[in-house]
Ligand binder design. Structure first.
Ligand SMILES: [Zn+2]
Length: 151
């Protein structure tokens, strides 16, 4: 990395230390040209990606919205809250693992559908019907056939 004092590209790490909480690494660097020293911090970049909506605008990822989708689809269905929490955790984990700055809202919708397919077939069809805005009964029966194939 460049020296902030003289702009020379040749700097060397002379010391690395992990912070007490283990969340960052502090490095002391020395410029080979002007010999000045400076410190850098390295932390993990684990922000949730921005969500790109179908209209193209961006929004912060909102776990509450995902939860609302689940609860709506699972209304009066026999699925326990811990199972829903686990499903939402898996989605958040997967989004972090993508390591992308942006994801399409469609991708999140697919993740919700996959989780619902595992949790409850009725909820899956409910969610799919709204999410894919089914226009007629044939699309419902296609979705039902689709979910039955998963067994
Ligand atoms: Zn320098």
């Amino acid at each position: 990395m460049k020296c902030p004092f003289c702009g020379c590209a040749d700097t060397q790490v002379v010391d690395s230390r992990v912070s007490d909480d283990g969340a960052s690494i502090r490095r002391r660097r020395r410029c080979a040209t002007c010999e000045k020293r400076f410190t850098t911090f390295e932390t993990a970049d684990v922000r949730m990606p921005q969500v790109v909506k179908s209209g193209g605008h961006r929004a912060e990822f909102d776990e509450q919205k995902v939860r609302t989708s689940f609860l709506r689809a699972l209304h009066k269905r026999p699925v326990s809250t811990p199972l829903v929490d686990e499903a939402i955790d898996r989605i958040c984990q997967r989004l972090l693992q993508l390591g992308e700055r942006e994801v399409q809202s469609r991708q999140i919708g697919e993740m919700v559908m996959n989780e619902l397919a595992r949790l409850d077939k009725v909820a899956y069809v409910r969610f799919a019907s709204v999410y894919k805005s089914f226009q007629d009964i044939a699309e419902f029966s296609d979705a039902i056939k689709e979910i039955q194939k998963r067994d």
